[in-house]
Ligand binder design. Structure first.
Ligand code: S3P
Length: 672
């Protein structure tokens, strides 16, 4: 397995970081724009996997959300225009998407939506929203095993009645879900919480003409309110900025400016904690935009001291605690985090995962039921961090790994795409991308140009369609090496010789009839000068292609074609042994895996254009397992490949992850 590890000695920070848009505000900007009537202009939204999930779900309910970009307009058609989605809403990794939209659907009488998510999201508790929504009159059915209150979940919208919810813990997602249900159904709601959770819902609704009141006890939303359209400029996410505040604190020298950061007091707990740990953080250019305070933070290297964090401070820094724990690992003394049991039900069990990883690196750390205890030291830390696909773990340990004496590798660096797709690039740029000691693994022979991105994986793992998307996003050519095998198989079938009698020589006799040309998007094999895409994907070819692909001489020929394309232009290339035999020095190698049953299901949907039956899936699974066995010799991953398990990951997420890695790789190679 390969990882990212970026460091530089000495660690000098300089310049400015403008972290991407705030995730909480970005989700809400889309939802409120879809609920309003009229145009909402949204600028600087976070373009990340989580926000794509919200955009996709709203589109599935009939909202016209354009492709996400720095500046776009949503033409809202009012809450009543939102309909039941035809397919399940794929919420990916995003708890906020699930909980807020479940509230919205619950309040829309007659609508029904099934919510699905990746493995991490499916484990997260939904009873916390199901209980108040059910109490208001909605129906919510959990479809997993008995007693499981996670996804998949079906929400049936009903006419709802007013409610006062007294939350046992502070949660902006629960508060938001209940308020959205109230708005959608026209019923009044009151939400009380023990401490104030982030208040973006309240602020944004006030800015949209909703008449709500906020008291010390909580939020009161009167019945029959309309959400009006209002433009949004999304400030930078303080949670993302915290990673770079910590980097500056770790630095040997320099100063780092964090621009445009959202300084909403319900979100700035991490900066208070860092200050208590000895970090100087100055605030400049403070101003209010769209009801939110924003400003520039200027952060200096620090001599770090331990601290205690608990009580009302926790909701103000809940998402930043993994980073704070990593800062504590370098502080003098014992840091205690308590009252933070919520960490166990985030994208991973962040208490266990943070402590396990710190210990693995050599830090004296211990789990507490509701937090952790960390004893800091200056000893070098080394090891391979297991992120469990949790973006904040990847980034927190990525920053800890930037400390010069540390040698820390991150197993799934691409998972940062959930909230901060350009994180690795920003990190490399901040500490000096042109230095020898800056390493973005996998490491390849320097100066390998053009850029080659190799995507490998077993049959039907989705490598070809993912590679096409990635190539399009990067604006480079896609080469599908499998298409060359299919082309030559098609021609050999045409000879009429029974496949059992095919010899490598007989197959290669057809090779002269195959050429390729560069289109604007891809490297396209031509059969007798023409495109034969459909015939190449037909069942007779599919049945025989693996026989041909096993012939070493044929493999040599295909590899030569693909290498020639890769020498001509920047390429994303997918296929067997691409990262091992064909491009052993590819700048980035990705190996995609997925359960055979899931691969069978996807392949059948593609082939049949409908949901396959269980029997069809079982049959296809068997065929795939047999095919895997045949291909085993060629399908081993390159040692320096990054493995991505796509069983529970949407294709959009896979693509985002690979694009984030590819961009970091390209920047490193080209030195910007
Ligand atoms: C969020 C609320 C918080 C936070 C999450 C985003 C939101 O979760 O951890 O990252 O945008 O409402 P809880 O509501 O579960 O505390």
């Amino acid at each position: 397995m390969v990882a990212v590890s970026i460091s530089r000695s000495p660690l000098v920070v300089r310049g400015a970081i403008r972290a991407p848009g705030d995730k909480s505000i970005s989700h809400r900007a889309l939802i409120f724009a879809a609920m309003a009537t009229g145009p909402t202009r949204i600028r600087d939204i976070l373009v990340s996997a989580d926000v794509h999930a919200t955009a996709g779900a709203l589109r599935a309910m009939g909202a016209e959300i354009p492709v996400l970009s720095d500046d776009f307009v949503v033409n809202g058609r009012g809450i009543a225009s939102l309909h039941s989605p035809a397919l399940a809403l794929d919420c990916g990794n995003s708890g906020t998407t699930t909980r807020l939209l479940a509230g919205l659907v619950a309040g829309l009488a007659g609508r029904v939506a099934r919510f699905e998510g990746d493995a991490s999201l499916s484990r997260r508790p939904m009873r916390r929203i199901a209980a108040p929504l059910t109490h208001m009159g909605a129906r919510i059915a959990f479809e997993g095993p008995d007693g499981h209150d996670g996804l998949p979940m079906r929400v049936y919208g009903m006419p709802l009645s007013a409610i006062t919810v007294v939350n046992t813990h502070a949660s902006a997602q629960v508060k938001g879900a209940v308020m959205l249900a109230g708005l959608a159904s026209g019923s009044g709601v009151t939400v009380q919480e023990p401490q104030r959770s982030r208040d973006h819902t309240e602020r944004m609704l006030l800015a949209r003409g909703v008449n709500l009141t906020v008291t010390n006890e909580g939020v009161v939303l009167p019945p029959a309110q309309t959400v009006h359209a209002a433009d949004v400029v999304v400030p930078s996410d303080p949670s993302s900025a915290t990673f770079f505040a910590a980097l500056a604190a770790f630095a040997d020298a320099g100063v780092l400016r964090l621009e445009n950061v959202c300084l909403n007091p319900t979100r700035t707990g991490a900066f208070d904690v860092l200050r208590r740990m000895g970090v100087r953080i100055d605030v400049e250019s403070e101003r209010t935009v769209g009801g939110e305070a924003i400003g520039t933070l200027v952060v200096y290297p620090a001599s770090l001291q331990a601290t205690s964090i608990g009580g009302a401070e926790i909701p103000r820094c809940i998402d930043e605690l993994p980073m704070i724990a990593c800062v504590a690992a370098r502080a003098v003394g014992e840091t205690r985090i308590t009252d933070a049991g919520e960490l166990r039900v985030k994208e991973s069990d962040r208490i266990r995962a943070v402590v396990d990883n710190l210990r693995l690196l050599g830090v004296d750390a211990e789990e507490l039921p509701d937090g952790m205890r960390i004893i800091g030291s200056q000893a070098p830390l080394a090891g391979h961090v297991v992120t469990h696909g949790d973006h904040r773990l990847a980034m927190a340990f990525g920053i800890l790994g930037a400390v010069p004496s540390n040698r820390i590798a991150i197993d799934d660096p691409g998972c940062v795409s959930v909230s901060y797709p350009t994180f690795w690039r920003d990190l490399a740029q901040t500490i000096g991308p042109d230095t020898q000691s800056t390493v973005v693994a996998p490491v390849v022979a320097p100066g390998t140009t053009p850029l080659v991105i190799a995507i490998d994986g077993p049959a039907a793992s989705g490598k070809s369609s993912t590679a096409q998307w990635v190539a399009r996003r990067l604006n480079v050519h896609h080469v599908d090496s499998g298409a060359f095998y299919r082309a030559i198989t098609l021609l050999t079938l045409g000879t009429g010789v029974a496949p059992e009698q095919w010899t490598p020589q007989a197959v290669l006799e057809q090779a002269h009839r195959i050429t390729w040309r560069l289109t604007d998007r891809s490297v396209l094999p031509l059969v007798d000068g023409t495109v034969q895409d459909e015939a190449m994907r037909d069942a007779p070819v599919t049945r025989q292609v693996s026989r041909v692909a096993q012939m070493a001489a044929v493999r040599h020929w295909v590899n030569d074609q693909v290498r020639a394309a890769g020498a001509a232009t920047d390429v994303v290339v997918d296929g067997r042994d691409i990262g091992t035999a064909v491009f052993p020095t590819a700048a980035l190698k990705v190996y995609m895996v997925a359960d055979p049953g899931e691969r069978a299901r996807r392949r059948l949907i593609q082939r049949l254009g409908r949901r396959p039956t269980d029997a069809e899936i079982a049959e296809e699974t068997e065929a795939l397992v047999a095919r895997d066995a045949l291909d085993a010799a060629q399908s081993a991953p390159a040692r320096d490949a990054i493995t991505i398990d796509t069983t529970t990951v949407t294709q959009e997420e896979q693509v985002e992850r690979i694009v984030a890695l590819a961009e970091a790789t390209r920047d490193r190679l080209r030195g910007h």
